[in-house]
Write a protein that binds this ligand. Structure first.
Ligand code: SAH
Length: 212
């Protein structure tokens, strides 16, 4: 049942213009229902963001697909995610063969999702803390994905990219943001592309919003 629902959802995402077959195939495999609260399971395969507790949300599947496509992940890439949340985005990246590091600032959510990764056998390195300053111990990264909206692009994150690496981050006001795709061209040269109109929960930390 859930497999056919998932296929219908992913066909819809494909119709909306996501073309990367590795992204689509990961979306067909990862069981989104496992990442949402029990009560929300009947709606797990609707293309909408859903509440996961602690005032946070699991992103809309189309948004996850678009951001992952923008990241251009290849097998074996080292990827840093800021905002582990439910763990769904990290699970998609892991399914695509990336070596995933993920940071969550809410301690309870961090612990809950760590338990879920263990239970499902998903290999993601996680930590609890402020992701706006990145995770320098494992830098540089081929890709960095930020799943909460920021007022600006944190400098620390740009500096933790390899040359040629990409940072995908929603930037804007607290209500709506533009998706920025930052490519590090060389040591101190960055190219920035924009994809308009998204709505994420706020990124809170030293190099972003200072409160909810
Ligand atoms: N990727 C998640 C989306 C969760 S919503 C998923 O697939 O479910 C964004 C998450 O970012 C929230 O859980 C929020 O607590 C977290 N967050 C906000 N600011 C943060 C920061 N500075 N560092 C790490 N996590 C942060």
């Amino acid at each position: 049942m859930s497999e056919s629902e998932r296929n219908i959802l992913v066909n819809g995402i494909e119709d909306k213009g996501v073309t990367d077959s590795n992204v689509l195939s990961a979306l067909r495999k990862v069981e989104r229902e496992k990442f949402v609260p029990l009560m929300m399971r009947p709606t797990a395969y609707r293309d909408i963001a859903l509440p996961i507790g602690y005032g946070q949300t699991i992103s809309q599947p189309y948004t996850v697909a678009l951001m992952t496509q923008a990241l251009k992940v290849k097998k074996g890439d080292k990827v840093l995610e800021i905002g582990t949340g439910s763990g769904y985005q990290a699970a998609i990246l892991e399914k695509m063969g990336a070596k995933v590091y993920s940071i969550e600032r809410h301690n309870d959510l961090y612990r809950k999702t760590q338990k879920l990764f263990d239970k499902l056998g998903i290999r993601v390195s996680t930590k609890c803390g402020d992701g706006t300053i990145g995770w320098s111990e494992h830098a540089p990264y081929d890709g960095i994905i930020v799943t909460a909206g920021s007022p600006e692009i944190p400098e620390s994150l740009k500096k933790q990219l390899v040359n040629g690496g990409r940072l995908v981050i929603p930037v804007g006001g607290k209500q709506t943001q533009t998706l920025k795709v930052v490519t590090r061209e060389s040591e101190d040269e960055y190219e920035i592309e924009s994809i308009p109109e998204f709505a994420f929960v706020p990124l809170i930390g030293r190099e972003a919003w200072d409160k909810e």
